[in-house]
Design a protein around this ligand. Structure first.
Ligand SMILES: Cc1cc2nc3c(=O)[nH]c(=O)nc-3n(C[C@H](O)[C@H](O)[C@H](O)COP(=O)(O)OP(=O)(O)OC[C@H]3O[C@@H](n4cnc5c(N)ncnc54)[C@H](O)[C@@H]3O)c2cc1C
Length: 533
C-alpha cells in the first residue's frame, strides 16, 4: 500500500536516515516497513523558534497500519485527464500571442496535442533580450518592444522566479512545474512549499522550452506583434502581425498587462472588458542579514535566505497594506515598456546572494478610486500612467528610479542623498510623497513602520524606498465564458495575467494550460463533426 505521512518535524538539511526514522515513528513501525520513502513537500517553520522543516513524505508500506494514526493517508492519484493527441485537419493553425508563462504553456500544450501552434512574441529571444535589458539598467536606453516587460519569457524573466501558488488545483500546478523540470529547473521545485528559480535559471530554461515546442511542431516568431484582429460575423478570422496578415480562427491572447496597446485594440473591436481592482505602492529595501536574523535568529546556510510576508489591517484613513513579491538577497530594478513611464520591481538570482532583500509594500486601489466603469474599463491604466509618469520625472527623466530614505519619507523631508550601499545603482534622491496618490501615501506612512516592527532588529534608518510599484496585477479583465472564449468574439481566448485571470508565474502558466485544454476540446469536437456520420 502507498501512503502519505504529513507533519513530520525535521531539522533543516535532514538526511534520508532522519526522514526514515521520523516517518517510522509517526507510523509506529520499524523503518524497514517503509520502502521507496521520499519527500513530497517541505516547508520551513520558524515560528518563534530556530527553523525546522515540516515535511510530507510518501512510501510503500508493508504490514498493517496501527490504529489511531494522525497525519497519515493512503495515496490517491488526482491526475489531470489524459491529454488527447489530435491531427490538425487542414484548417488554419492556432495563434498564441505572447511568450510569457501563459502563452508559452498554452503553445506547448497545443503543440503536444498535435495542433502546430504559431506563437508570436513582440520582443526578442531570451538571450538577446537579456543583453538589451542590461543596457537599459546601465544607460537608460529603452527599446519599447523588447525590455524588462516584453520579450521571450514574459514579465517575470527578470524576477525572483518565485513559484509559490495558493491554488488548490494541484494537478495543474504539478504539470506546470514538471514542464519546467523537463526544461532544466531543479527537481526541488516539485517539493518545496516556496520554490524559486532565480532569473539566471529562467533565462537558461526558457530557450529549452522554446526548443521543445519547436520539436513538437510549434513555431515561434520573434519581433512579431499582434496589431489587429480580422473579424467576421463575431468570430476571429485572422490577425495582422507586424503589418503581415495571417489567417486563423483561434487566437490565444496572452499579452500580459503591460501591453496597453492591446487593450486599446480590443476596445476598438468592441471586445467586452471590465475594470478591476489592483494595488500600488513602493519597493522597500533592507539589509538581508537583518531579515535572516529577524526570521531565523541568524543565517542558516542550508536554508538559503529568509523571506517575509507582512500585512497590516485598515486603520483610520490608512487602508490595509501588504507586502508582495519579496526578493531575498535580490536587487531592485527599473522597468519600462513605454517612453516616459517608469515602474519598479525586484529580482534575484538562484543563489539569492546579494546583500539586500526587497519587497513591494502595496495599498489596494478600488475601481471608484479611478472611476473605472463599464463605459471606461481602461480607467485603471490611466491611474497607473499618472504615477509612472511622475516616477519618470522624479527619477530625472532618464529611467533612474526615484528613491527616498524611509526615515525622510516618514518625516516628510525630501532625501538629499541615498545610501552608497544599495542594490540599484541608478537611483535619484527624491520626495516620493509627491508621486503617490494621497490615500496610498497615508496608508504607507502609517503601515510601513508598524509592519517592519514585526521583523525584530530591522532598522528603519537602513531602509530605502523606490517608486513607483504600479504593475503588481492587471487593472483590466477581458471577459471570457466557461469555454475560455470572449463572449463578444468567438475564437478569441483571453489568457493569463493581462486578461485578469492570473497573477504570478505559476497561475499564469496554469491559465495557459487551462486555455489550451479549451482550445483542444474545440478542435477535438470539430474533428468529430468533420468525420461526419
Ligand atoms: C520584474 C518582475 C518580477 C516578477 N517576479 C515574479 C516572481 O518572482 N514570481 C511570480 O510568480 N511572479 C512574478 N512577476 C509576475 C509575473 O511575471 C507575471 O505574473 C507573469 O509573467 C504573467 O504572465 P503572462 O504570460 O500572463 O504575461 P507576461 O509575462 O506579461 O507575458 C506577456 C508577453 O506578451 C508579449 N506581448 C505583449 N503584447 C504583444 C503583442 N501585441 N504581440 C505579441 N506579443 C505581445 C510580451 O512581450 C510578453 O512577453 C514578476 C513580474 C515582474 C515585472
Amino acid at each position: 500500500m502507498n501512503i502519505r505521512i504529513h507533519q513530520l518535524d525535521l531539522p533543516p538539511g535532514y538526511t534520508a536516515d532522519q526522514l526514515a526514522k521520523a516517518a517510522a515513528k509517526a507510523l509506529r513501525c520499524p523503518p524497514s516497513a517503509l520502502k521507496k520513502l521520499k519527500t513530497t513537500r517541505r516547508s520551513i517553520d520558524a515560528r518563534g523558534r530556530a527553523p525546522r522543516m515540516t515535511v510530507s513524505a510518501e512510501a510503500e508500506f508493508t504490514g498493517r497500519l496501527a490504529t489511531g494514526l494522525r497525519n497519515v493517508e493512503p495515496v490517491s492519484d488526482s491526475a489531470l485527464p489524459p491529454r488527447p493527441s489530435l491531427r490538425a485537419c487542414g484548417g488554419p493553425r492556432p495563434l498564441v500571442v505572447g511568450a510569457g508563462p501563459a502563452g508559452l504553456m498554452a503553445a506547448f500544450s497545443l503543440a503536444e496535442a498535435g495542433l502546430k501552434p504559431i506563437l508570436i512574441e513582440r520582443g526578442e529571444p531570451a538571450e538577446q533580450r537579456t543583453r538589451r535589458v542590461e543596457a537599459f539598467w546601465k544607460n537608460g536606453e529603452l527599446n519599447t518592444e523588447s525590455n524588462v516587460l516584453f520579450g521571450e519569457g514574459g514579465a517575470g524573466l527578470f524576477s525572483d522566479g518565485k513559484l509559490t501558488s495558493r491554488s488548490k488545483d494541484r494537478p495543474r500546478v504539478r504539470r506546470f512545474l514538471e514542464i519546467l523540470v523537463q526544461c532544466g529547473a531543479p527537481p526541488d521545485i516539485l517539493i518545496d512549499a516556496e520554490p524559486h528559480l532565480g532569473s539566471d535559471t529562467l533565462v537558461a530554461l526558457v530557450p529549452e522550452l522554446r526548443r521543445r515546442l519547436q520539436t513538437l511542431g510549434g513555431e515561434i516568431r520573434f519581433g512579431a506583434r499582434l496589431d489587429q484582429l480580422d473579424i467576421e460575423n463575431g468570430a476571429v478570422r485572422g490577425a495582422m502581425i507586424s503589418s503581415q496578415p495571417m489567417r486563423t480562427d483561434t487566437c490565444v491572447l496572452a499579452t500580459g498587462h503591460s501591453a496597453r496597446d492591446v487593450y486599446a485594440m480590443l476596445a476598438r473591436h468592441g471586445v467586452p472588458m471590465e475594470a478591476k481592482p489592483f494595488a500600488v505602492g513602493v519597493r522597500l529595501e533592507i539589509p538581508q542579514h537583518r531579515i535572516d536574523t529577524a526570521q531565523w535568529g541568524g543565517p542558516v546556510p542550508v536554508l538559503g535566505k529568509a523571506s517575509f510576508r507582512l500585512t497590516r489591517r485598515e486603520e483610520g484613513v490608512a487602508r490595509p497594506c501588504y507586502t508582495f513579491c519579496m526578493c531575498p538577497g535580490g536587487v531592485v530594478m527599473a522597468c519600462a515598456s513605454s517612453n516616459g513611464l517608469l515602474t519598479t520591481n525586484g529580482m534575484s538570482l538562484s543563489r539569492r546572494d546579494q546583500p539586500f532583500g526587497n519587497a513591494a509594500f502595496l495599498a489596494p486601489v478600488n475601481c471608484r478610486d479611478f472611476g473605472g466603469s463599464a463605459s471606461d474599463p481602461q480607467a485603471g491604466i490611466a491611474f497607473q500612467r499618472r504615477m509612472e509618469a511622475a516616477a519618470f520625472a522624479a527619477g530625472g527623466s532618464d529611467y533612474s528610479l526615484p528613491a527616498q530614505r524611509l526615515t525622510d519619507y516618514l518625516e516628510g523631508t525630501p532625501s538629499k542623498d541615498v545610501p552608497t550601499e544599495r542594490s540599484f545603482a541608478r537611483a535619484r534622491p527624491s520626495d516620493l510623497r509627491g508621486l503617490l496618490p494621497e490615500f496610498v501615501d497615508q496608508t504607507l506612512r502609517s503601515a510601513i513602520p508598524k509592519m517592519l516592527r514585526s521583523l525584530r532588529g530591522v532598522r528603519i534608518e537602513e531602509a530605502l524606498l523606490y517608486a513607483a510599484e504600479t504593475r503588481s496585477s492587471s487593472p483590466v479583465r477581458v471577459v471570457r465564458d466557461d469555454n475560455g472564449q470572449s463572449p463578444g468574439l468567438r475564437g478569441l481566448y483571453p489568457c493569463g495575467e493581462g486578461a485578469g485571470y492570473a497573477g504570478g508565474i505559476v497561475s499564469s502558466g496554469m491559465d495557459g494550460l487551462r486555455i489550451a485544454e479549451s482550445v483542444i476540446a474545440r478542435f477535438a469536437h470539430n474533428n468529430e463533426e468533420n468525420k461526419g456520420p
